[in-house]
Each structure stands twice: as C-alpha cells, then as structure tokens.
Write a protein that binds this ligand. Structure first.
Ligand code: DMJ
Length: 649
C-alpha cells in the first residue's frame, strides 16, 4: 500500500474516542466503543498501548523506510517529481541529469537532518502533485506521462551524443585520399558526372519512397525488407554513406548522417545474418567514420560490433551465421551441410573486427577473428583447399564443396586484404592467401576450348564447370595480390586477373542486354553462357565492374574503362526505371522483366566502383585504403602508428 494512504488513519488516531478505527468494525468493536478509557483494566490498557505504539512505528516505517516509497510517490505513481539535484562535483564538471528516483534515495543514503528535511519536502511535493493529478483529465495525465517519457529519452540521447561512453578519446586525422582531384580528361569527367547522376537517381528515389527502410522497390515504389537484417532498418542509408561522401553529395550525406544519429537502432529483437550486417552496417559505419571523422559513426559501429559478439559463443569460437541480437542466441542456416557455418560468412569479419578493436581500444574483436584463423590453421585442407562448410561445434569440415564464388568468395579476399590492411605485417594472412591461390590454380582454374580462363567449383574432387557472377571479383583480387606474390609470380597474377576480367566481360557480352547472368557454364557446348533458367538473372551486382576497376588502376589499359562504360549504358537502358534501378529476371530476353528490387549494394559497390573507374588514382589510393567486400574503404593501419600488435593478435 502506498504510504500516502496511511496518513489519514495516523492523523485521526490522535482524535478523541476513535482508538479502535471505524465505528462498528471488528467482532468485539461495539462493546469497547461504548466504554470510556477508565473502564479498561491495567493489563488491557497495557496491551492497547502496545498495539497503538506498534501501529505508530509501522506508519513511520512505511513512510520513511519502505525502499521504493519515494520512487512510488515521485516517479511512477504520480506524474513527476522534480527532485533537487545534488551539488555539482568538485571541478565544475557537468553531472549527468538526475534519473527518476535518484533524489530521495540519494538523500536518504547521505543521512542527516538536512536529508530528513528534503525527504519531507519531497513527500509534500509529491502529495501536492498527486492532488493536482487527481484533478486532471485522463487525457492530460496521459499527455504529461508522454512528455516526461520523451524528455527522459532526449536526455539519454543527449548524454550519448556528448561523447561515446567507454570509447577512448581519439584524435581524428583524415587518411590520405579521402578526396581526389577532378579527372583531367573532359570525356572522363563527363562520364564520371553521369555516374554521379545515377547515384542521385537511385538515392532520391530511395529517399522518396523508402526512406528509413532497408531497400527500395523501384517499380512498386515502396520499401523492401530482406530478412538478412531482421528488423534493423536503414541498410541503404548506411551502405550508401561513403559513396555519397566520395561523390561529394554533401546535402545527401548530411541527411543520411542525421538519420543515423536519430534513428539507427540496434536495440531490436531481431535475428540477423552476422555476415550481412557486418559487411554492410559495421563496414558502412566504419568507412563513414574514417572519411568524415564524425563520432556518431564510430560509436554506432562499436555498439553494433558488441551486439555481434555473442555469435562467437560456440565450442570452437567459429561464429553462428544467424544471431538474435536481443537474446544473443545464435544458430546456423537450416540448409547448411550438417549444421555448419559458412566459410565466406565467418571468414569475412576480419577487416571490420580489427578496425573495431582499433577504434574502441577493446582487443576482444580482434581476438575473435584471430581465433577463427587458429581453428582454420589447425585443420587439414583437402588438396590445400578450404571447403565451404565448417561445423562450429565439432570444428570439422562439412561437405567438401569448394567455391571461389558464393559460400567461399570473400574468405580468400579477406586473407589478402588483412595482410594489406596491416601494412603487410600480418604474415599469417599472407601465407594463407598465397597458399590458397596456389591450390585454386592447381585444382579449380581451367581454360575453355575457346581460350577463356574460368574458375570452376569443386564437389568432393569432381569439377562443376560453372562460374558465378560472384566469382568474377577474383580477377581484381588476383591483380591486387600480384605485387606480394612469391618472387617470379607477380606478372602471372596480373595476367590471371586480366584473363578472369576478359571471361567475365564475355559473360556480359554474350547476353542480349549486355549484363551478366548470375552463373555461366563451360560445358554442353557453351562458353560463358547461362544454360539454366534460374541462373539468367542480374541483380545489379558489382563483381565484374569491381574487377574492371582494379585492373584499370593496376594496368591503365583503356579497355577496362570502355567495358565499364558498356555496363553503364546497359544499366541505363535496362535497369533504370522511374523509381530507381531494378534487377532483371532474364538477361537473354528481348524485353526486361524487372525483379523490382534496388539492392543496397548497387549504391555501395556498383556505383562506387564505376565512379572510381572514372576517377584519378588519387581518390582512395590502394597504398592507403583497403575495400571491404561491400566496397567500404578502410585505411591501412600503419605499423609505425603502434598498430602492429593489434593486427597480429
Ligand atoms: C555484396 O553484398 C558483397 O560483395 C558480398 O561479398 C557478396 N555479394 C554482394 C554483391 O553481389
């Protein structure tokens, strides 16, 4: 019972003739009421005195010592109680605003007569407010509660924005190449402008029809939700931040940043894909921070990184594919061989997690991904290859399927990039990468009778002569790694990159729409052509353009810009619609059948790689930046900046 409701009883107890409470109450009440005090015997008087003093003690206790009475009075039961803030701490540092219930509890804890005074004053105020509240209409009470809630939320936000609690102070120095020069050649400049206009079309329509949702449906002009992100929202905004920045779309970047500040929320009950959330959200936030220096991005990246940590709670430390970020419960895709985790998923956390440790000062992130390395290094690899499936409980491989496309791809990419991003100190990553490429060359890379080099898939020792669109990223990877390749192999790795680029270009050129299919085959009398209906789609993927960009930067052969421009023309002709850009169901068809999805990676990757292809090399130069698998640029961590240990943990 709230202490306030005891007070009237306490007051009337002192009045004449009312010792026993309400008239007629209790079994023997009538007789006692009729008799005067002189009618009691001594023992009865004594008993009565005892009962009375026990009652008084109880009332006092209830008022002053029930633990939550003040909270009940001031915070919950009644609509508000503005409590006296404690004096500011020495040195004039601002103190956090008071929390509900802070005042009375703190005062009681401090003790002394002053405290008692304050408690009394608090309670009187609470009573006054209670009376006022009772005179209000229910509508007014509800409005007051709403306003109080909003104020509390705002205060909490304000405190968070004032600085990221728990994060070390960090002096931001913008890495070299966050902005570049205008292209000298007017034709190139014009092409680059066109790509920026494409970005504007994609962004404006997303903003218009799907703002704050994950992706856009450009035909039906509404939001699109993929279950990869659970109910985390805003994938397109976070994925696009760095593209907006490098394209100098300042207004758009500002509105995206404001959305992140106010709305990006990870406190949701959501089962998410650890890989997708990492590469798009953590990656997008990290690169936005490194480009702009805005603290909010660092803070959000670390906050999200922390949410992902329970995914590593498995017997081996190999993370789950799916994680409920509220409960911290993880599991694997039901379709994955024997409950396995996927190589391309758990192998594509390394760059982001090393940077999370770097920016938070918390080594746990880097430790988690270095442990993945250890587990992999302990295992036997069939023919030196890494199967796509690994059981996180037993630490054993699942089915022996090997792919440099889907399910395997970015694992290899991250071995090389971990080494490059560590300023070439991560020797382990380097060795694993070049050993893997050796095995891939021996067992998976083949040449068609028409002279096209392709990377096949391996199923328990048998080759499937198919190459996915996703596999086309490998051309860029081989070229990027050429420089560090064992002695005489540099030229060979560049050549390998060039051959893959050519094959992938052929896969585009041999379609009616000049856009590549999801997978193409080299069997049954065809080369670089999709033969199955369910492999003929194009969903705005970037991998072929990504390889053109790397090949251009590393060779300056003009054909890569020419091929890139062909892709721009095809995108404009077949994918551009009123409401944005859409994927295509069959690239061999005469007429477009749109899939009605504008993927977030179209803004983060496809358009960014195109823009870089038509930029000077001083924009995000490879000596200073490494792109994550979603094209988010991270700076190289220089060994002379004290980063060596972090990279090698
Ligand atoms: C992107 O999300 C990333 O590139 C990922 O590594 C694989 N595929 C998509 C784009 O195709």
């Amino acid at each position: 019972m709230p202490a306030a409701s005891l007070l009237p009883l306490f007051g009337s107890a002192a009045g004449p003739g009312t010792l026993g409470g309400p008239a007629g109450s209790g079994a023997g009440g009538g007789g006692r009421k009729a008799a005067g005090p002189g009618a009691f015997r001594l023992t009865e008087k004594f008993v009565l005195l005892l009962v009375f003093s026990a009652f008084i003690t109880l009332c006092f206790g209830a008022i002053f010592f029930l633990p939550d009475s003040s909270k009940l009075l001031s915070g919950v039961f009644f609509h508000s109680a503005a409590l006296q803030p404690p004096p500011p701490p020495p040195g004039g540092q601002p103190r956090a605003p008071p929390q509900p219930g802070d005042g009375a509890a703190a005062a009681a804890a401090a003790g002394g007569a002053g405290s008692l005074e304050r408690i009394r004053a608090d309670h009187e105020r609470a009573l006054r407010e209670a009376k006022e509240t009772l005179q209000k209409l229910p509508e007014e009470i509800r409005r007051d509660i709403r306003q109080d809630k909003e104020k509390l939320l705002q205060d909490a936000r304000g405190r968070k924005e004032a600085g990221a609690p728990g994060l070390p102070q960090r002096l931001f120095r913008q890495p070299i190449g966050a902005v570049g020069q205008e292209p000298a050649d007017p034709d190139v400049r014009q092409k680059r402008e066109k790509i920026k206009e494409m970005m504007k079309h994609a962004w404006d329509n997303y903003k218009r029809y799907a703002w704050g949702l994950n992706e856009l449906k450009p035909i039906s002009k509404q939001g699109h939700s993929s279950n990869l992100f659970g109910n985390i929202q805003g994938a397109t905004i976070v994925d696009a931040l760095d593209t907006l920045y490098i394209m100098e779309m300042k207004e758009e970047f500002k509105e995206a940043k404001e959305w992140v500040e106010k709305n990006l929320d990870f406190n949701v009950n959501a089962e998410i894909s650890v890989f997708e959330v990492n590469i798009r959200f953590v990656g997008g936030l990290l690169s936005a921070y490194y480009l702009s220096g805005e603290e909010v991005f660092r803070k959000k990246a670390v906050e999200l990184g922390e949410k992902l940590l329970p995914a590593f709670n498995t017997p081996t430390g190999i993370p789950w594919a799916l994680l409920n970020i509220k409960s911290g419960i993880g599991r694997n895709w039901p379709w994955a061989s024997g409950g396995s985790s996927i190589l391309a998923e758990f192998g594509t956390l390394h760059l982001e997690f090393v940077h999370l440790s770097h920016l938070s000062g918390n080594p746990v992130f880097a430790e988690k991904v270095m442990n993945i390395r250890k587990v992999l290094n302990r295992l036997d690899k069939p023919e030196g290859l890494y199967p796509n499936y690994l059981n996180p409980s037993s630490g054993q491989w699942g089915q022996h399927h090997v792919s440099i496309g889907g399910l395997g791809d970015s694992f290899y990419e991250y071995l090389l990039k971990a080494w490059l991003m560590s300023d070439k100190t991560d020797e382990d990553g380097k060795k694993m990468y070049y050993d893997a490429v050796q095995a891939i060359e021996t067992h998976l890379i083949r040449k068609s009778s028409g002279g096209l080099t392709y990377i096949a898939e391996w199923k328990g020792g048998l080759l499937e002569h198919k190459m996915g669109h996703l596999t086309c990223f490998a051309g860029g990877m081989f070229a990027l790694g050429a420089d560090g390749a064992p002695s005489d192999k540099t030229g060979h790795h560049i050549e390998l990159g060039a051959e893959i680029a050519r094959t992938c270009h052929e896969s585009y050129d041999r379609t009616r729409m000049k856009l590549g299919p999801e997978a193409f085959r080299f069997d049954g009398g065809v080369e670089a052509i999709a033969t199955r209906q369910n492999e003929k789609y194009y969903i705005l993927r970037p991998e072929v353009i990504e390889t053109y960009m790397y090949m251009w930067r590393l060779t300056h052969d003009p054909k890569y810009r020419q091929w890139g421009w062909e892709a721009v023309e095809a995108l404009e002709k077949h994918c551009r619609v009123d409401g944005g850009y859409s994927g295509i169901r069959d690239v061999y068809n005469n007429h477009e059948s749109h899939d009605d999805v504008q993927q977030s990676f179209f803004l983060s990757e496809t358009l960014k790689y195109l823009y870089l292809l038509f930029s000077e090399d001083d924009l995000l130069p490879f000596e200073h930046w490494v792109f994550n698998t979603e094209a988010h640029p991270f700076p190289v961590l220089r060994k002379d900046d004290g980063n060596k240990e972090e990279n090698q943990k």
